[in-house]
Design a protein around this ligand. Structure first.
Ligand code: BTN
Length: 161
């Protein structure tokens, strides 16, 4: 059997040392050069997801409650799509730079309701993303049809402005 020994020069060891000892910059939210605290990920504003659905969320109140509007790009209903109201809440804790949240959309053009839960993430450049999962409940005629009444999925929203 042939064994190969790889030797690291002083330069390579120094680079390795820096990499091992440096903070996990790619895992942490952006910190300014002045050493300011990381910015908070904010839900307020306009967002679009990978389906092309758009939503606008108003600034949360002191309790973390917010409202907004949702214009879906797709629908399980045959009705014409219309903008629909949303209502939700987010955590506001002092360490809540990347808060969890939940909101429901009361569809105005169908009998369905969607509940979204998710988390607002800041990347290393300070860009915000809303990672969500949702349950879409449609109305069925009888309790016996309940088994087919709920869809589940995920959406990722990026900020439009
Ligand atoms: C309906 O089909 O009755 C109402 C519209 C539902 C749209 C769903 S909600 C989850 C998913 N994400 C979207 O942006 N649109 C679909």
């Amino acid at each position: 059997m042939v064994r190969r020994v790889v030797s690291l020069g002083g330069g390579a060891l120094a680079v390795l040392g820096v990499l091992l000892l440096s903070p996990a910059a790619s895992l942490a939210p952006a910190v300014s050069e002045k050493g300011e605290l990381p910015a908070k990920c904010s839900l307020a504003g306009s967002w679009v997801n990978e389906l092309g659905s758009r939503m606008v969320i108003s600034p949360a109140n002191e309790a973390g409650l917010f409202s907004g509007s949702y214009l879906t790009a797709v629908s399980a209903s045959a009705n014409a799509i219309r903008g629909s109201p949303l209502q939700g809440g987010q955590h506001l804790a002092s360490d809540g730079a990347q808060p969890t949240f939940g909101f429901t959309v009361h569809w105005t053009f169908s009998d369905s309701t969607t509940a979204f839960v998710g988390q607002c993430f800041l990347d290393e450049k300070g860009a915000e993303t809303l990672e969500t999962m949702w349950l879409l409940r449609e109305q069925v005629a009888t309790q016996a049809q309940g088994w087919k009444a709920t869809r589940v999925g995920s959406n990722v929203f990026i900020r439009v402005k």
